[in-house]
Write a protein that binds this ligand. Structure first.
Ligand code: PGA
Length: 254
């Protein structure tokens, strides 16, 4: 059985007190109300990690993630954060290749290949994001593009390494736009990615990797999207900033 995962990417939102309040509301609601064993990952800005880790403590099924990391362990890289530093703050996961990092910070698949492998070396689970822009989908090239992103960033990994990666399919046109991919569009792409992994590695490994959908997931549409056989959960942006909405998204697996 693949792991079901709901991860909340807070992006550049919340002061520390706001973030602690949000995290503690989510932790309590999840503990009190959720009747499934979905892994919940809180992904705040870097500087909130320690404060939020103290709130999570050993809460069952609740984990801490970061939104990015550098591809070197340490050194003269002013303003950057390494995988080892994240682990030392209690992080278990790291988002790599979010479309906002690709678009605004010029992150390429080659760079992401380095980051993914470095994160894994540090026992950090990468949540690797892929997904096409609207014009690519309209040109019917979305599968080619996603397949290239996956191949370039992940296919240098060994089978053992890739089996530890979480993949998030996030069509760029659905992120923060209120426009969600239909359940069928999500299922189609997730099955396509899984097939590509099976062809490169093995069916067993492909079947073991959690593939999350991201892009305007809300309590109202989560159940339908998550019910697709190749959709193993979600990477949630906007709705992860509202404790009630985020918890209800986790509850859609009940
Ligand atoms: P959204 O963001 O849920 O606000 O669309 C998703 C993401 O960027 O991961």
């Amino acid at each position: 059985m693949r792991k079901k995962i709901v991860a909340g990417n807070w992006k550049m939102n919340c002061t520390l007190p706001e973030g602690k309040k949000l995290a503690s509301e989510i932790i309590h609601m999840v503990q009190d109300e959720v009747n499934n064993d979905t892994d919940v990952i809180l992904i705040p800005p870097f500087i909130h990690l320690t404060g939020i880790q103290n709130l999570i403590c050993s809460s069952k099924n609740i984990f801490l993630g970061a939104q990015n990391c550098h591809q070197n362990q340490n050194g003269a890289f002013t303003g950057e954060i390494s995988a080892g530093m994240l682990v030392s703050c209690g992080a278990t996961h790291v988002i790599l290749g979010h479309s906002e990092r690709r678009e605004y910070f010029g992150e390429t698949d080659e760079l992401l290949a380095e980051k993914v492998s470095f994160a894994l070396e540090n026992q950090l689970i990468p949540i690797f994001c892929c997904g096409e822009k609207l014009e690519v989908r309209e040109a019917g090239k979305h599968e080619d593009l996603v397949s290239m992103q996956v191949e370039k960033a992940l296919f240098g990994l060994s089978e053992d390494q890739i089996s530890k990666v979480v993949i998030a399919y996030e069509p760029v046109w659905a992120i923060g736009t209120g426009k969600t991919a239909s359940a069928e569009q999500a299922q189609e792409m997730h099955a396509f990615i899984r097939k590509q992994i099976a062809a490169k590695y093995s069916q067993e490994t492909a079947d073991s990797i959690s593939i999350l959908y991201g892009g305007s997931v809300k309590p109202e549409n989560a159940k339908e999207i998550f019910s697709q056989s190749d959709v193993d959960g979600g990477l949630i942006g906007g709705a992860s900033l509202k404790s009630r909405d985020f918890t209800n998204i986790v509850k859609s697996f009940d």
